[in-house]
Design a binder for this molecule. Structure first.
Ligand code: CAA
Length: 382
C-alpha cells in the first residue's frame, strides 16, 4: 500500500498587486523586488475572504460526495486562525458537508502547520487504510504597509486529500526534522501584522535546510542525485533558491535541479507567501509546469516554520498524475484576478481581517458559488 497526496486544490484572492507598482510607490528599483527577492505579483485579501473561506473554496474543487463520506479527519494548518478556541477545520467541515464522523482540529507552528498535518495524516492512514484525511493549509501573510517585509506578503489556501494509493504523490515515510526556540518571526495575539527579522530568518531557514537534508541523507543513504527535484517552502522565491544553492555544484544534475526549481516557484512568484500553503503551492507549481518529471521520480520537500521547525521529507510521483489538470485549476484562479493600484491595495489592506474573531456567517451564493465571508457575530451567543 502507498499513502500520500491524492488530490490538490488551490484558491486565492480575486485581487493582486503588481510588485513593480509597489516598488515604484516605495521608491525602490523594481528589479530588487522582481529579481532580488523574486516576486512578481502579490495576492491581496479582501475583507470577504479569510482562511476558512479560502480553504473551503480550495477543498470544494476537489472533493466528491464519496470523499466527503470517507473523510474521518480534517486537519487545518494555519497561523491566521479566526478564533483562539474553535478550530477553522470545524467550519470547513460544516460548509462542505463532510461527514460528522471525523476528528476535526487546527494545528499551529508557523508555516510548518501544513506539513504537520500531512505527516499526521500519513500515520493515521497507515493505521486505518480505508480512511481519507483532508489537510488544509491556508494563511494571510501581513507585515505592514511600507515595511521591508511588505513585498513578501500574500495569501491563499491549498487543500490536500490524503489517502492510500494516491494519484499525485506517494510519500516515502522517510523524513528528518529539527526544532529549536528561535525568534525570527512571530505574531503575538495583540498584533495583526507579523514581527520578522527577514535576514536572520533566511539564515535560520538555510541552516535548518542543511541540517535536515544532512540528517535525511545519513538516515536513508540518499544523495542529491536521488532527487529529480526539490520543492521548498517559499516565503519569497529567492529564499528557496538561496537554500538550494548551498547544496548544488556545476554538474549536470545540479543544473537540472535549478531548472526544476524555476518551475516550482512560478505560482509562488504570482501569489506571494501563503505561509502553511507555500510549500504545497510550490509542489503544485513543480508538478504542473515541469517538462521532464515522470511518474516514479523522487521529489524532496523542505518545510520550514519560523520559531522554528524544519523538516525534509520525500515522495515519488504517482503513475496517475495529470499535470495539465493541476495547471488548469491553478491558472484559472490566477488568470481571473483583478489588478489593484497601490492606493486600492492600501485601502483593502486596512480593511482586511477587520472582523477577525467570533462566529462567522457565510454565503455560498455569488456567481462562482464560492464561500464568502459576510460578517461575524463576535461576542454573542447565537
Ligand atoms: N536589482 C536586482 N537585485 C537587487 C536590486 C536591484 N536593483 N537591489 C537589491 N537587490 C537584491 C539584493 O542584492 C538582495 O539579494 P540577495 O539576498 O541575493 O543578496 C535582495 O535584492 C534583497 O535585498 P535586501 O536584502 O537589501 O532587501 P531588504 O533588506 O529590503 O529585505 C527581505 C528583504 C529580508 C526578504 C524582507 O523583504 C523581509 O524581511 N521579508 C520577510 C521575510 C520572511 O518572510 N521571513 C520569514 C520566512 S519563514 C515564513 O514564511 C514565516 C513563517 O514560518 C511563518
Amino acid at each position: 500500500m502507498t499513502i500520500g497526496i491524492d488530490k490538490m486544490g488551490f484558491f486565492t484572492s480575486d485581487y493582486y498587486l503588481d510588485m513593480a507598482d509597489l516598488a515604484n510607490a516605495r521608491g525602490e528599483d523594481p528589479n530588487k523586488y522582481l529579481i532580488g527577492i523574486g516576486q512578481k505579483d502579490q495576492a491581496v485579501i479582501p475583507p470577504t475572504q479569510d482562511v476558512v473561506t479560502m480553504a473551503a473554496n480550495a477543498a470544494a474543487k476537489i472533493l466528491s460526495d464519496d470523499d466527503k463520506q470517507a473523510i474521518d479527519m480534517v486537519i487545518f494548518g494555519t497561523e491566521t486562525g479566526v478564533d483562539n478556541s474553535k478550530s477553522a477545520a470545524i467550519y470547513v467541515q460544516s460548509l462542505l458537508g463532510i461527514s460528522n464522523s471525523a476528528r476535526s482540529f487546527e494545528i499551529k507552528q508557523a508555516c510548518y502547520g501544513g506539513t504537520a498535518g500531512v505527516q499526521m495524516a500519513f500515520d493515521h492512514i497507515a493505521m486505518h487504510p480505508e480512511s481519507k484525511v483532508l489537510v488544509l493549509a491556508a494563511d494571510i501573510a501581513r507585515y505592514g504597509i511600507g515595511t521591508a517585509g511588505e513585498v513578501t506578503q500574500g495569501g491563499g489556501a491549498v487543500a490536500m486529500l490524503m489517502s492510500q494509493d494516491p494519484q499525485i504523490l506517494a510519500l516515502d515515510n522517510q523524513s528528518a526534522f529539527h526544532s529549536e526556540n528561535i525568534m525570527d518571526f512571530w505574531r503575538p495575539f495583540y498584533r495583526r501584522d507579523a514581527i520578522v527579522d527577514g535576514h536572520y530568518s533566511t539564515d535560520i531557514y538555510i541552516d535548518f535546510f542543511n541540517q535536515t537534508f544532512k540528517d535525511y541523507s545519513a538516515k536513508y543513504q540518499r544523495t542529491l542525485s536521488d532527487f529529480s527535484a526539490v520543492a521548498f517552502h517559499l516565503p519569497f522565491t529567492k529564499m528557496g533558491l538561496k537554500a538550494l544553492r548551498t547544496v548544488i555544484d556545476d554538474g549536470a544534475h545540479s543544473q537540472k535541479l535549478l531548472k526544476e526549481f524555476d518551475h516550482s516557484k512560478k505560482y509562488n512568484a504570482l501569489v506571494g507567501n501563503l505561509y502553511t500553503g507555500s510549500l504545497y503551492l510550490s509542489l503544485l507549481s513543480l508538478l504542473a509546469n515541469s517538462k521532464t518529471l515522470q511518474p516514479g521520480d523522487r521529489i524532496g520537500l523542505f518545510s520550514y516554520g519560523s520559531g522554528a521547525q524544519g523538516e525534509f521529507y520525500s515522495g515519488t510521483i504517482a503513475p496517475e498524475i495529470q499535470p495539465q489538470s493541476l495547471a488548469g485549476q491553478v491558472e484559472q484562479v490566477i488568470a481571473n484576478r483583478t489588478r489593484l493600484s497601490v492606493p486600492e491595495y492600501e485601502a483593502m489592506y486596512a480593511n482586511g481581517l477587520s472582523n477577525a474573531g467570533g462566529d462567522v456567517t457565510f454565503d455560498a451564493a455569488d456567481d462562482d458559488s464560492r464561500f464568502v465571508l459576510l460578517g461575524r457575530q463576535a461576542d454573542q451567543l447565537v
